[in-house]
Ligand binder design. Sequence first.
Ligand SMILES: [Zn+2]
Length: 407
Amino acid sequence: MMIKKAFKYIRIMLNPVAFEKDRAKLQASVEKKDRQIEKKDRQIEKKDRKIEVLQGEVEKKDRQIEALLSVAKPTRSISPYILSERFQADGKPNIELNALQVEIKNQIDIKVKQGVYSFEKVLCCICGGHDFETLSEKDRYGLYAPAVICVDCGLVQTNPRMSQEAYQQFYEIEYSKLYRGVDNPHDYHFDKLYNRGRSIYSYIAQSLGTQLNQSRILEVGCSSGGILQYLKEKGNQVCGCDLNPETVGFGRDRYGLELQVGTVYDVILSWKPDVVIYSHTLEHILNPLEELEEVRSIMAEDAILYIELPGIKYIFKQYDFDLLSYLQNAHAYYFTLTTLKNLLRKAGFDFIHGDEFIRSIFRAAVEPQQNARIENDYGAVMEFLGILEYTWQETMGRREERSVFQV
Ligand SMILES: [Zn+2]
């Protein structure tokens, strides 16, 4: 080793050109290393920046999760608007209204302001509770109609709500025009109901394995009677009642249906119904527990009760994934299958079949069940609504923001 180094030294001493060459080589090698180090440094910096970006994304995701949790598990002390501030009573409609609907909406607003339509606070009709959280102060038309959820059973309801007298006038004068946006909707509506009659017929056939053909059927809130017309054509004896004399008159005159003006308390029947239908009716009734008890008392033994209504856990495409588009002042209640079952159990009915759409079948229980167990659906409803609102904010809400910028 020593000898090798000594030879090298001697060679350099003897040959300065070779020395210079070696020195240059060494220098080049050092510079190359330096460049490599610089390159590595740049790579490290680049990686650092990537890490920063990723950290930012993680933080953003964390914030999104936090937001999601905060809407899913709201704290009452933070804000009375549990879902978001767009649910405030600012009078703005959430859906497009035509000229007739705007006129009717303004007319109702004036009546509310002047106290012609008075409001009342009520206890929860299922559990008797009085602890409510506000979900929204207005409905889709922008009308004052607070939607609240009962903390003790999860029933979503309008509270305070218009008094019985106010609702009566509202149904007589404004409801149909506001809801359908046309002055004379009978023909169109009858066809829609007729088709619904077909779907009820097949739902019952599929669920119970029996076809309705020699049954005696009562429909409460039958409107012009389209559903009953379909069932009559299937060989059943039918009768309906509805509060609206105009629609009842239409079904009677045009189709010869046995329709009566009034509620289930007023209806006169010479037979006991085997089937009672509430199709998009029960959610309008202010005291559903009392009414269902009455229904139970007039039904034949082993009769079934069919209830269909827009379930709050089924707010998807048809309402643009938006709770606000689903809310309407005419609805006193917004049921889930669980809260509906709670109500029916209390009214003395056993659950047979149902889904969150909601379509459901019940049968009168042997004994009334006033002290029936109540399953609290609060957590599940709030979780569903929290996720729904978060999804809406991230999709539809963003789209609206963008369209504002484009304007
Ligand atoms: Zn309750």
